[in-house]
Design a protein around this ligand. Structure first.
Ligand code: GLA
Length: 733
């Protein structure tokens, strides 16, 4: 018999979700109130005491009909707050009813404990390999008047410090209601003084680590751009003020969703911290007729008692092992050359062939044909929506070129932007209404392109059928799925007025549906996500895309910050990272070729430049980098990842990956600015076996694991800015 993961103490009405690492405790209190007791390090046995104290709090009212002034839903830490139940916290859910009221009063109804984890239909979700791997608790809260049922769904995995939460709203009443807000989870902490860590950014400047102290008030980290966005990644960590990479408590929350999101952190009058995570309620209004239900996306909740690295490792592991599905997720990722920064739109088959030839010579494994191969696209003003090959550039067809690439022993990848339409396109001529717009208003362009309304099935079918014609050739090994603008002009022409608040979410559901069809039909396709770089880099996308282009900024020094932030949540194998030319096309910075290689090897290595234009010495460097990367990539892509030094906080960046058996270690360090009289610095390795001897594969010097961890290695002192170093150690017997 395997150990159960969820127990229910019937007498005290306490649920305990636990494994060897964590405990999550909730209890049914007075008035059927579902209250939060604890989330953190494992406790063996909760005796039902150590409860939230009862005191009379002024201006925090009490249960209807009760004379007990010491019990208030306004102060008690709860699992789910709604509008109007004498709880002044930012509600997790708001539902407008037929009589115009939005008051709900949720009370405990019943519970179910199931083996495994239910799938979320139409939404990306974490899964279990077999039912023994997890248990799920479903607690139903009911509003007596409307008969709305809120099922709070909690899954605990057997071997991870993770709780996965979502909510299903069921309308068991007789009247239609409108959901104006529905968070996927809420958690309330008592007695915690937190810092928040978020990943804000911009196009070409994604996921910078931002840490702030949470003071009294409501703090919102959100996107309402229709996608998870460059501007605010759907992630939040709450950490103790002294938590660092290796020590201290960290609670990480990652939303498995690619559309509008909202993370609300409210530090209340009693310095308690109330948190909601869910779909952004901006322009959200979901009509729920009697008998219908609404399932929210899910949230991954990670607890770490050993700082941010351990939190990140838990995220990496669940996203890689239990959200990704692609068969590539465990294969070493191919080294790519992409023609975007090499040629932009100015190419044809004859111009590309020498790049392919050179790629073969240098050991590169895949050629990716980027934007500009379809319609009559010579710049970014036309042809989106016309997924037929541009004959001027490929007079003998795309298959002919794909055969050439394959003939050179490389795989062939192709760029698509399936969610978009250009006015200058055949698709627009035929179906102008496919373009998302508000009738009677002119829609706004962005990069001179517009959104296809993926909420509509006929639009998705049209795009799928076009893609199918290309992909059915069987000559495409990889696609890069791009999205180069955000949503605007929010309206779905075939929906009635009272459902226009559903459009943002329907768009995302439509996108997931289209992706699912592609994944299902072409299981051998490696799909890389992209949205003007890393504008849709989220755990939801990991369900369909096993890798994502991290940023349109390929400068090695800017990438240090971008990749550092990305690594807080997302595994290395999910992040693509390319060497491009110097001076860099985005910021003009000049960096050594070696540095660009070392930084790009943080993720899945590729080249984003014209290989034929490189100097001989740079070509030699590419061949060496490629050969070296082939030796280390199993460790760098899939090993346990550690952040050691953050360039955002100092002059150095350092990161390390260790193979599961601790026999192979790759350490990379970058010194940003040089100085005439530098202080000596050391980098101490972590996560090694203290009883093993490790040989540096370059110098053949042998060190004990304890030496490398305790004494550390001296960082080289060299002239020049932006110098990078990589060390590859292997254990010897
Ligand atoms: C986006 C991508 C780039 C490239 C261009 C093509 O910006 O991030 O890598 O594919 O689109 O238009």
């Amino acid at each position: 018999m395997t150990k159960e993961l969820i127990t229910f103490d019937k007498k005290n009405k306490i649920f305990h979700l636990h494994n060897d690492q964590i405990s999550y405790l909730l209890a049914v209190e007075d008035g059927g109130t579902l209250c939060h007791l604890y989330f953190g390090k494992k406790v063996n046995n909760y005796h039902g005491e150590l409860r939230y104290p009862r005191v009379d709090r002024g201006f925090s009212g009490n249960l209807p009909g009760s004379l007990d002034r010491t019990f208030s839903r306004d102060s008690l830490p709860k699992e789910y707050s709604t509008a109007g139940e004498m709880d002044y916290h930012t509600p997790a859910a708001v539902v407008r009813q037929k009589d115009g009221s939005n008051t709900l009063f949720l009370t405990y109804k019943d519970y179910k404990i199931e083996d495994g984890k239910p799938d979320l239909e139409g939404l990306p979700h974490s899964w279990v390999e077999n039912k023994d791997g997890a248990e799920t608790l479903i607690v139903t809260l009911e509003d007596q008047k409307t008969k709305l049922n809120f099922e709070l769904i909690y899954t605990i995995y057997r071997d991870r410090p993770v709780i996965v939460r979502s909510v299903k709203v069921k309308n068991a009443g007789n009247e239609t209601v409108n959901i104006e807000k529905v968070a996927s989870m809420q958690i309330d902490f008592v007695d915690r003084d937190f810092d928040s860590i978020t990943l804000p950014g911009a196009h070409a400047h994604e996921r910078r680590v931002d840490r702030n102290h949470i003071n009294q008030g409501i703090h919102v980290f959100a996107s309402h751009r229709g996608t998870s966005s460059h501007q605010m990644n759907p992630f939040l960590a709450l950490v103790d003020p002294d938590t660092n990479e290796f020590n201290g408590d960290a609670y990480g929350l990652a939303f498995v969703y690619s559309g509008n999101h909202k993370f609300e952190v409210e530090k209340d009058q009693f310095a308690q911290t109330h948190v909601n995570v869910g779909i952004n309620d901006f322009n959200f209004n979901w009509k729920l007729p009697a008998g219908n239900e609404f399932q929210t996306p899910e949230v991954l909740m990670v607890y770490s008692d050993q700082g941010l690295n351990k939190m990140s490792q838990a995220f990496h592991s669940i996203i890689h092992d239990r959200i990704m599905r692609s068969k590539y997720k465990d294969q070493v990722r191919p080294i790519v050359v992409n023609n975007w920064e090499a040629t932009y739109f100015d190419f044809d088959e004859e111009k590309l062939k020498p790049i392919v030839d050179k790629a073969k010579e240098l050991g590169i494994e895949m050629f990716v044909l980027d934007d500009g191969w379809f319609g009559h696209r010579d710049d970014d003003n036309s042809s989106l929506g016309d997924w037929q090959v541009y004959e001027k550039k490929f007079p003998q067809g795309l298959d002919h070129f794909a055969d050439y690439v394959h003939g050179q022993g490389l795989k062939f990848g192709l760029w698509f932007e399936p969610e978009m339409i250009s006015i200058d396109s055949n698709l627009y001529q035929k179906h102008p209404d496919y373009l998302m717009h508000v009738p009677g208003r002119k829609p706004s362009p962005s990069r001179n392109q517009y959104l296809l309304d993926l909420g509509r099935k006929e639009v998705r079918d049209n795009i799928f059928n076009q893609m199918e014609k290309i992909l059915d050739s069987g000559k495409i090994d990889y696609i890069k799925w791009d999205m180069n603008r955000h949503l605007s002009d929010i309206y779905q022409v075939d929906l009635p007025a009272d459902q226009q608040g559903e459009v943002y979410h329907r768009y995302v559901l439509g996108l997931y549906d289209l992706l699912e069809k592609i994944v299902d039909r072409y299981p051998d396709l490696l799909i890389e996500g992209c949205s003007g770089g890393g504008g849709r880099f989220d755990a939801g996308m990991a369900y369909y895309n096993s890798q994502i282009w991290a940023s349109d900024d390929s400068d090695a020094i800017d990438r240090l910050t971008i990749q550092y932030g990305t690594s807080l949540v997302y595994p290395q194998s999910m992040m693509t990272s390319h060497v491009s030319v110097s001076p860099n096309e985005q910021n003009g910075r000049i960096t050594p070729f070696k540095t660009r290689g070392i930084v790009a090897m943080w993720g899945d290595l590729g080249y984003e430049l014209d290989l034929t234009k490189l100097s001989e010495s740079d070509q030699k460097a590419v061949a060496e980098q490629v050969a070296e990367y082939k030796k280390i990539r199993a460790v760098t892509q899939y090993g346990t990842f550690y952040r050691l030094k953050n360039a955002q906080e100092g002059n150095q960046c350092a990161w390390e990956t260790v193979s599961p058996d601790k026999n192979e270690v790759v350490l990379s360090t970058v010194k940003v600015m040089a100085s005439a009289q530098p202080y000596f610095t050391k980098t101490k390795l972590v996560g090694l076996d203290t009883n093993k001897q490790y040989e540096d594969q370059a110098s053949h010097q042998v060190y004990g694991g304890d030496e490398l961890m305790n004494l550390g290695i001296y960082d080289p002192v060299e002239h020049g800015d932006f110098m990078a170093y990589r060390y590859y150690f292997k254990a010897i017997n």
